[in-house]
Design a protein around this ligand. Structure first.
Ligand SMILES: Nc1nc2c(ncn2[C@@H]2O[C@H](COP(=O)(O)OP(=O)(O)O)[C@@H](O)[C@H]2O)c(=O)[nH]1
Ligand SMILES: [Mg+2]
Length: 242
C-alpha cells in the first residue's frame, strides 16, 4: 500500500520547505516522494541530493533541459510508476501551498474507491483557504470556462495537489500534453476520453482542502492568464467527441 508523490522543482533552492519534507518523510514511511528537478539554473539539484540523502522514502530525478511543469510531471509520473510500483501516485507543488498533512487524507479518500482525488480550494468558513481576491475571481471565471469545455461539473481544475490510482497513469500520462499550464484540464479530458464522463462524475473526487495558502514566488505570469482562453479552445478542439 504505497503512495508516491511527484514534486516538480524548477529553481526551488530558496523556496523549498526542506525541513517540512524531511520531518513528514520520517513520520510517514509509507509515503514516498520523487522530486523532479527540471533543468533548474540554480542549485536545486544539490539541495535535493542533500535532502534525499539519509531518507529511504525521498528520491529525486534530474530532467534536462527545462521542459516546464506539465512535461516534468508527465515524465516523473511514468518513471515513478515503473520504478517504485506505487498503488497511488500523484503530484504536489513544491511550495506546499497545499500542506503535506493533507496527503494522508487524500489517501483515505482514494481508499474509498476513487480513481483520482484532486484538491479543491473552496473558500469557506472554518477552513483556511487564502487567496488574493484577484486570483480568486480570475480562478472562478477560468474554472467556469473549464467546466463548460469539459462538460463536467468540476469546481477547481488547477489545484497543484492530485492523486491517481496507478493503473490509470499509462492512459493519462503517456501522450505529451498540448498545453503548458492547463495540463490539469487535459488530464480530466483524457480521463473522460478513456473512461467516459459518467465514470468521471463517479470516480473523480474533488476534496475540499482544510488549508491552502497562496505562496509567494509563483512562476505563473500575467501573460499565462492571457493565453488560457486559447489553450482551453485547443483542449476543446482536441478532446471533443468526434
Ligand atoms: N518541473 C517544473 N516545475 C515547475 C516549472 N515552473 C514551475 N514549476 C513547479 O510547479 C509548481 C507550482 O509552481 P508555482 O510557481 O508555485 O505556481 P502557482 O502556485 O501554480 O502559481 C512548483 O512545484 C514549481 O516548482 C517548470 O518549468 N518545470
Ligand atoms: Mg505556488
Amino acid at each position: 500500500m504505497k503512495t508516491l508523490i511527484i514534486v516538480p522543482c524548477y529553481n526551488e533552492s530558496q523556496r523549498l520547505p526542506r525541513e517540512e519534507f524531511a520531518s513528514f518523510a520520517t513520520e510517514h514511511p509509507d509515503i514516498e516522494f520523487l522530486f523532479a528537478n527540471d533543468g533548474s539554473t540554480d542549485n536545486t539539484l544539490e539541495v535535493l541530493r542533500a535532502l534525499c540523502d539519509g531518507h529511504g522514502n525521498l528520491h529525486y530525478l534530474d530532467l534536462q533541459p527545462n521542459g516546464g511543469k506539465a512535461e516534468a510531471v508527465r515524465r516523473a509520473m511514468l518513471e515513478g510508476v515503473s520504478a517504485y510500483k506505487p498503488q497511488y501516485i500523484g503530484f504536489w507543488d513544491a511550495d506546499l501551498a497545499t500542506p503535506l498533512n493533507e496527503i494522508p487524507l487524500f489517501v483515505e479518500w482514494m481508499g474509498k474507491g476513487y480513481d483520482m482525488v484532486t484538491g479543491l480550494r473552496l473558500m469557506r468558513l472554518g477552513a483556511q483557504v487564502r487567496r488574493k481576491t484577484s486570483r480568486h475571481y480570475l480562478g472562478r471565471v477560468f474554472a467556469t470556462c473549464a467546466s463548460l469545455v469539459l462538460n463536467l461539473p468540476v469546481y477547481d481544475t488547477q489545484c497543484g495537489a492530485k492523486l491517481y490510482r496507478a493503473e490509470t497513469v499509462p492512459a493519462l500520462f503517456t501522450e505529451k500534453f498540448i498545453t503548458r499550464w492547463l495540463f490539469d484540464v487535459e488530464l480530466l479530458a483524457r480521463y473522460c476520453r478513456e473512461y467516459g464522463s459518467e465514470r468521471a462524475k463517479d470516480k473523480v473526487y474533488e476534496y475540499p482542502l482544510y488549508q491552502w495558502i497562496d505562496v509567494a514566488g509563483s512562476r505563473l505570469k500575467g501573460r499565462d492568464f492571457l493565453k488560457a482562453p486559447l489553450e482551453l479552445l485547443g483542449i476543446w478542439r482536441k478532446y471533443r467527441r468526434q
